[in-house]
Design a protein around this ligand. Sequence first.
Ligand code: C2E
Ligand code: CA
Ligand code: CA
Ligand code: CA
Length: 278
Amino acid sequence: SKQAGRNTYSRFSAEWNESNEHSLNVVNGLRHALERGEFLLYYQPQVNMSTGVIVGAEALIRWMHPVRGMVAPGEFIPLSEETGLIVPMGDWVLRTALSHWQRWRSLGMQDLVLSVNLSPKQVLAGGFVEKLAEVLAETGFPPDKLCLEVTEGIAIHDNGLALEVCRGVRELGVHLAIDDFGTGYSSLSALHRFPFTTMKLDRSFISSIGQQDQSETVLKAMLGLARGLHMDVVCEGVESREQWNRLQALGCGVVQGYLVSRPLPVAEFERFVLGSGT
Ligand code: C2E
Ligand code: CA
Ligand code: CA
Ligand code: CA
Protein backbone atom coordinates (compact mmCIF):
# COMPACT_ATOMS: atom_id res chain seq x y z
CA SER A 1 0.00 0.00 0.00
CA LYS A 2 0.99 3.63 0.43
CA GLN A 3 3.40 2.91 3.26
CA ALA A 4 5.00 -0.01 1.49
CA GLY A 5 5.19 2.09 -1.66
CA ARG A 6 7.22 4.78 0.09
CA ASN A 7 9.59 2.25 1.59
CA THR A 8 10.08 0.63 -1.77
CA TYR A 9 10.75 3.96 -3.38
CA SER A 10 13.41 5.06 -0.90
CA ARG A 11 15.16 1.70 -1.11
CA PHE A 12 15.08 1.95 -4.86
CA SER A 13 16.41 5.53 -4.79
CA ALA A 14 19.31 4.59 -2.55
CA GLU A 15 20.29 1.73 -4.82
CA TRP A 16 19.77 3.87 -7.82
CA ASN A 17 22.10 6.61 -6.57
CA GLU A 18 24.76 4.06 -5.80
CA SER A 19 24.51 2.16 -9.04
CA ASN A 20 23.74 4.73 -11.66
CA GLU A 21 26.48 7.11 -12.70
CA HIS A 22 24.21 8.94 -15.14
CA SER A 23 22.08 10.14 -12.24
CA LEU A 24 18.89 9.77 -14.19
CA ASN A 25 16.01 9.72 -11.80
CA VAL A 26 13.74 6.74 -11.51
CA VAL A 27 10.71 8.49 -12.89
CA ASN A 28 12.46 9.44 -16.10
CA GLY A 29 13.93 5.98 -16.26
CA LEU A 30 10.45 4.53 -16.03
CA ARG A 31 9.05 6.91 -18.65
CA HIS A 32 11.79 6.01 -21.06
CA ALA A 33 11.38 2.36 -20.26
CA LEU A 34 7.99 2.33 -21.95
CA GLU A 35 9.23 4.25 -25.01
CA ARG A 36 12.34 2.12 -25.29
CA GLY A 37 10.55 -1.17 -24.90
CA GLU A 38 12.35 -2.18 -21.71
CA PHE A 39 9.31 -3.82 -20.13
CA LEU A 40 8.53 -7.45 -20.70
CA LEU A 41 5.96 -9.93 -19.49
CA TYR A 42 6.65 -13.15 -17.66
CA TYR A 43 3.97 -15.80 -17.29
CA GLN A 44 3.29 -18.14 -14.42
CA PRO A 45 1.19 -21.24 -15.16
CA GLN A 46 -1.92 -22.15 -13.19
CA VAL A 47 -2.80 -25.83 -12.87
CA ASN A 48 -6.10 -27.58 -12.29
CA MET A 49 -5.46 -29.79 -9.26
CA SER A 50 -7.76 -32.63 -10.24
CA THR A 51 -6.57 -33.01 -13.85
CA GLY A 52 -3.00 -31.67 -13.61
CA VAL A 53 -3.67 -29.64 -16.75
CA ILE A 54 -2.39 -26.08 -17.19
CA VAL A 55 -5.56 -24.02 -17.42
CA GLY A 56 -4.30 -20.49 -17.07
CA ALA A 57 -1.42 -18.08 -16.76
CA GLU A 58 -0.81 -14.85 -14.90
CA ALA A 59 1.07 -12.08 -16.70
CA LEU A 60 3.71 -10.45 -14.47
CA ILE A 61 5.63 -7.39 -15.60
CA ARG A 62 9.44 -7.09 -15.48
CA TRP A 63 11.71 -4.17 -16.28
CA MET A 64 14.90 -4.99 -18.13
CA HIS A 65 16.95 -1.99 -17.10
CA PRO A 66 20.00 -1.35 -19.33
CA VAL A 67 22.29 -0.89 -16.29
CA ARG A 68 20.58 -2.60 -13.36
CA GLY A 69 19.32 -5.66 -15.19
CA MET A 70 16.00 -7.26 -14.30
CA VAL A 71 13.92 -5.21 -11.89
CA ALA A 72 10.99 -6.82 -10.03
CA PRO A 73 7.59 -5.07 -10.06
CA GLY A 74 7.68 -4.47 -6.32
CA GLU A 75 10.39 -1.93 -7.03
CA PHE A 76 8.61 0.13 -9.68
CA ILE A 77 4.85 -0.48 -9.54
CA PRO A 78 4.32 1.71 -6.44
CA LEU A 79 6.19 4.61 -8.04
CA SER A 80 4.37 4.07 -11.33
CA GLU A 81 1.13 4.38 -9.41
CA GLU A 82 2.19 7.60 -7.71
CA THR A 83 3.20 9.20 -10.99
CA GLY A 84 0.24 7.92 -12.99
CA LEU A 85 2.59 6.12 -15.37
CA ILE A 86 0.77 2.93 -14.39
CA VAL A 87 -2.03 3.89 -16.79
CA PRO A 88 -0.04 3.74 -20.07
CA MET A 89 2.01 0.88 -18.60
CA GLY A 90 -1.17 -1.03 -17.78
CA ASP A 91 -2.47 -0.44 -21.32
CA TRP A 92 0.78 -1.89 -22.64
CA VAL A 93 0.50 -4.93 -20.35
CA LEU A 94 -3.05 -5.67 -21.45
CA ARG A 95 -2.37 -5.32 -25.18
CA THR A 96 0.87 -7.27 -25.02
CA ALA A 97 -0.64 -10.10 -22.98
CA LEU A 98 -3.58 -10.41 -25.36
CA SER A 99 -1.27 -10.59 -28.36
CA HIS A 100 0.89 -13.23 -26.66
CA TRP A 101 -2.25 -15.26 -26.01
CA GLN A 102 -3.20 -15.02 -29.70
CA ARG A 103 0.22 -16.42 -30.59
CA TRP A 104 -0.24 -19.27 -28.10
CA ARG A 105 -3.40 -20.20 -29.94
CA SER A 106 -1.58 -20.17 -33.28
CA LEU A 107 1.09 -22.43 -31.73
CA GLY A 108 -1.63 -24.97 -31.01
CA MET A 109 -1.89 -24.44 -27.27
CA GLN A 110 -5.23 -25.12 -25.61
CA ASP A 111 -6.97 -21.85 -24.75
CA LEU A 112 -5.73 -20.71 -21.36
CA VAL A 113 -7.41 -18.21 -19.09
CA LEU A 114 -5.11 -15.21 -19.14
CA SER A 115 -4.86 -13.25 -15.89
CA VAL A 116 -3.75 -9.62 -15.93
CA ASN A 117 -3.18 -7.44 -12.85
CA LEU A 118 -4.88 -4.07 -12.62
CA SER A 119 -3.81 -1.32 -10.29
CA PRO A 120 -6.47 0.81 -8.56
CA LYS A 121 -5.23 3.88 -10.46
CA GLN A 122 -5.98 2.19 -13.78
CA VAL A 123 -9.47 1.22 -12.68
CA LEU A 124 -10.22 4.70 -11.40
CA ALA A 125 -8.54 6.67 -14.21
CA GLY A 126 -11.78 6.82 -16.19
CA GLY A 127 -12.72 5.18 -19.46
CA PHE A 128 -11.30 1.80 -18.48
CA VAL A 129 -14.29 -0.28 -19.54
CA GLU A 130 -14.52 1.53 -22.87
CA LYS A 131 -10.83 0.91 -23.48
CA LEU A 132 -11.18 -2.75 -22.56
CA ALA A 133 -14.20 -3.19 -24.84
CA GLU A 134 -12.24 -1.60 -27.66
CA VAL A 135 -9.19 -3.83 -27.23
CA LEU A 136 -11.40 -6.95 -27.08
CA ALA A 137 -13.30 -5.93 -30.20
CA GLU A 138 -10.12 -5.00 -32.10
CA THR A 139 -8.40 -8.27 -31.33
CA GLY A 140 -11.45 -10.55 -31.36
CA PHE A 141 -10.28 -11.87 -27.99
CA PRO A 142 -12.78 -14.17 -26.26
CA PRO A 143 -13.73 -12.25 -23.10
CA ASP A 144 -14.22 -15.40 -21.01
CA LYS A 145 -10.54 -16.25 -21.51
CA LEU A 146 -9.49 -13.05 -19.75
CA CYS A 147 -9.41 -12.54 -16.00
CA LEU A 148 -8.60 -9.16 -14.47
CA GLU A 149 -7.10 -9.20 -10.97
CA VAL A 150 -7.66 -6.40 -8.49
CA THR A 151 -7.06 -6.21 -4.75
CA GLU A 152 -9.64 -5.13 -2.22
CA GLY A 153 -7.74 -1.81 -2.21
CA ILE A 154 -9.90 -0.58 -5.06
CA ALA A 155 -12.88 -0.59 -2.72
CA ILE A 156 -11.26 1.54 -0.04
CA HIS A 157 -11.64 5.05 -1.46
CA ASP A 158 -14.53 4.09 -3.60
CA ASN A 159 -17.16 6.63 -4.48
CA GLY A 160 -18.99 4.16 -6.67
CA LEU A 161 -16.65 4.34 -9.65
CA ALA A 162 -14.70 1.17 -8.80
CA LEU A 163 -17.91 -0.78 -8.49
CA GLU A 164 -19.19 0.65 -11.76
CA VAL A 165 -15.97 -0.35 -13.54
CA CYS A 166 -16.07 -3.85 -12.06
CA ARG A 167 -19.67 -4.31 -13.16
CA GLY A 168 -18.72 -3.05 -16.62
CA VAL A 169 -15.90 -5.59 -16.81
CA ARG A 170 -18.33 -8.38 -15.90
CA GLU A 171 -20.88 -7.18 -18.43
CA LEU A 172 -18.24 -7.63 -21.12
CA GLY A 173 -17.97 -11.26 -20.00
CA VAL A 174 -14.47 -10.87 -18.55
CA HIS A 175 -13.66 -12.65 -15.26
CA LEU A 176 -12.81 -10.59 -12.22
CA ALA A 177 -10.53 -11.88 -9.46
CA ILE A 178 -9.93 -10.56 -5.97
CA ASP A 179 -6.16 -10.83 -5.54
CA ASP A 180 -4.30 -11.52 -2.27
CA PHE A 181 -7.61 -12.52 -0.72
CA GLY A 182 -7.67 -12.52 3.07
CA THR A 183 -4.73 -10.18 3.61
CA GLY A 184 -6.57 -6.86 3.83
CA TYR A 185 -8.86 -5.34 6.39
CA SER A 186 -12.01 -5.53 4.33
CA SER A 187 -11.71 -8.60 2.11
CA LEU A 188 -15.11 -9.90 3.19
CA SER A 189 -16.85 -6.61 2.62
CA ALA A 190 -15.23 -6.27 -0.81
CA LEU A 191 -16.30 -9.82 -1.66
CA HIS A 192 -19.82 -8.99 -0.68
CA ARG A 193 -20.05 -5.73 -2.63
CA PHE A 194 -18.11 -6.50 -5.80
CA PRO A 195 -19.01 -8.97 -8.59
CA PHE A 196 -15.91 -11.15 -8.26
CA THR A 197 -15.85 -14.47 -10.08
CA THR A 198 -12.52 -15.71 -8.73
CA MET A 199 -10.81 -15.75 -5.35
CA LYS A 200 -7.02 -15.75 -5.26
CA LEU A 201 -6.03 -17.01 -1.84
CA ASP A 202 -2.92 -15.23 -0.67
CA ARG A 203 0.37 -17.08 -0.36
CA SER A 204 0.55 -16.37 3.39
CA PHE A 205 -2.28 -18.85 4.01
CA ILE A 206 -0.61 -21.52 1.91
CA SER A 207 2.82 -21.07 3.49
CA SER A 208 1.36 -21.61 6.95
CA ILE A 209 0.20 -25.13 6.02
CA GLY A 210 1.89 -27.54 8.39
CA GLN A 211 3.31 -24.63 10.40
CA GLN A 212 0.34 -23.28 12.31
CA ASP A 213 -2.42 -25.38 13.85
CA GLN A 214 -5.15 -22.95 12.85
CA SER A 215 -4.07 -22.53 9.25
CA GLU A 216 -6.14 -25.39 7.84
CA THR A 217 -9.24 -24.18 9.63
CA VAL A 218 -8.86 -20.76 8.05
CA LEU A 219 -8.11 -22.24 4.61
CA LYS A 220 -11.09 -24.55 4.86
CA ALA A 221 -13.36 -21.67 5.78
CA MET A 222 -12.16 -19.57 2.86
CA LEU A 223 -12.57 -22.43 0.40
CA GLY A 224 -16.05 -23.04 1.78
CA LEU A 225 -16.86 -19.37 1.35
CA ALA A 226 -15.73 -19.45 -2.29
CA ARG A 227 -17.77 -22.59 -2.93
CA GLY A 228 -20.85 -21.07 -1.31
CA LEU A 229 -20.51 -18.00 -3.48
CA HIS A 230 -19.88 -20.16 -6.60
CA MET A 231 -16.48 -18.57 -7.10
CA ASP A 232 -13.43 -20.14 -8.71
CA VAL A 233 -10.41 -20.44 -6.43
CA VAL A 234 -6.72 -20.08 -7.23
CA CYS A 235 -4.27 -20.83 -4.42
CA GLU A 236 -1.14 -18.72 -4.78
CA GLY A 237 2.42 -19.48 -3.78
CA VAL A 238 2.27 -23.27 -3.63
CA GLU A 239 5.90 -24.29 -3.11
CA SER A 240 5.85 -27.81 -1.70
CA ARG A 241 4.34 -31.25 -2.25
CA GLU A 242 2.91 -31.12 1.25
CA GLN A 243 1.05 -27.90 0.48
CA TRP A 244 -0.21 -29.38 -2.80
CA ASN A 245 -1.48 -32.50 -1.06
CA ARG A 246 -3.25 -30.60 1.70
CA LEU A 247 -4.87 -28.21 -0.76
CA GLN A 248 -6.00 -31.11 -2.91
CA ALA A 249 -7.56 -32.76 0.14
CA LEU A 250 -9.33 -29.50 0.97
CA GLY A 251 -10.81 -29.31 -2.54
CA CYS A 252 -8.89 -26.36 -3.92
CA GLY A 253 -9.49 -25.94 -7.66
CA VAL A 254 -6.43 -24.35 -9.21
CA VAL A 255 -2.91 -23.68 -7.93
CA GLN A 256 -0.12 -21.34 -8.93
CA GLY A 257 3.35 -21.40 -7.42
CA TYR A 258 7.00 -22.32 -7.64
CA LEU A 259 6.17 -26.03 -7.22
CA VAL A 260 4.68 -25.99 -10.72
CA SER A 261 6.86 -23.24 -12.14
CA ARG A 262 8.30 -19.81 -11.46
CA PRO A 263 7.09 -17.03 -13.75
CA LEU A 264 8.82 -17.58 -17.10
CA PRO A 265 9.79 -15.38 -20.06
CA VAL A 266 7.16 -15.85 -22.75
CA ALA A 267 9.23 -18.16 -25.01
CA GLU A 268 10.11 -20.41 -22.06
CA PHE A 269 6.50 -20.38 -20.93
CA GLU A 270 5.43 -21.56 -24.39
CA ARG A 271 7.95 -24.41 -24.30
CA PHE A 272 6.80 -25.31 -20.79
CA VAL A 273 3.14 -25.54 -21.79
CA LEU A 274 3.75 -27.32 -25.09
CA GLY A 275 6.10 -29.76 -23.34
CA SER A 276 3.52 -30.48 -20.64
CA GLY A 277 1.28 -32.13 -23.20
CA THR A 278 -1.50 -29.63 -22.57
P1 C2E B 1 0.75 -10.74 -7.29
O1 C2E B 1 -0.25 -10.27 -8.29
O2 C2E B 1 0.24 -11.25 -6.00
O3 C2E B 1 1.63 -11.82 -8.07
C1 C2E B 1 2.14 -12.99 -7.48
C2 C2E B 1 3.57 -12.79 -7.05
O4 C2E B 1 3.97 -13.93 -6.29
C3 C2E B 1 4.57 -12.68 -8.21
O5 C2E B 1 5.61 -11.80 -7.82
C4 C2E B 1 5.07 -14.12 -8.30
O6 C2E B 1 6.36 -14.21 -8.91
C5 C2E B 1 5.13 -14.50 -6.86
N1 C2E B 1 5.04 -15.95 -6.66
C6 C2E B 1 4.38 -16.85 -7.42
N2 C2E B 1 4.49 -18.09 -6.92
C7 C2E B 1 5.25 -18.00 -5.82
C8 C2E B 1 5.74 -18.97 -4.86
O7 C2E B 1 5.49 -20.16 -4.93
N3 C2E B 1 6.49 -18.47 -3.84
C9 C2E B 1 6.82 -17.15 -3.73
N4 C2E B 1 7.57 -16.76 -2.71
N5 C2E B 1 6.37 -16.22 -4.61
C10 C2E B 1 5.60 -16.64 -5.64
P2 C2E B 1 6.12 -10.64 -8.78
O8 C2E B 1 6.13 -11.13 -10.20
O9 C2E B 1 7.38 -10.11 -8.20
O10 C2E B 1 4.98 -9.56 -8.68
C11 C2E B 1 4.77 -8.86 -7.47
C12 C2E B 1 3.52 -8.02 -7.56
O11 C2E B 1 3.67 -6.95 -8.50
C13 C2E B 1 2.29 -8.78 -8.03
O12 C2E B 1 1.78 -9.54 -6.95
C14 C2E B 1 1.40 -7.63 -8.46
O13 C2E B 1 0.77 -7.05 -7.35
C15 C2E B 1 2.40 -6.65 -9.02
N6 C2E B 1 2.41 -6.77 -10.50
C16 C2E B 1 3.10 -7.63 -11.28
N7 C2E B 1 2.84 -7.42 -12.60
C17 C2E B 1 1.93 -6.40 -12.63
C18 C2E B 1 1.26 -5.70 -13.70
O14 C2E B 1 1.40 -6.02 -14.90
N8 C2E B 1 0.41 -4.70 -13.33
C19 C2E B 1 0.20 -4.36 -12.02
N9 C2E B 1 -0.65 -3.35 -11.75
N10 C2E B 1 0.81 -4.99 -11.00
C20 C2E B 1 1.67 -6.00 -11.31
CA1 CA C 1 -2.05 -11.05 -9.15
CA1 CA D 1 -1.61 -12.26 -5.36
CA1 CA E 1 0.31 -8.90 -4.30
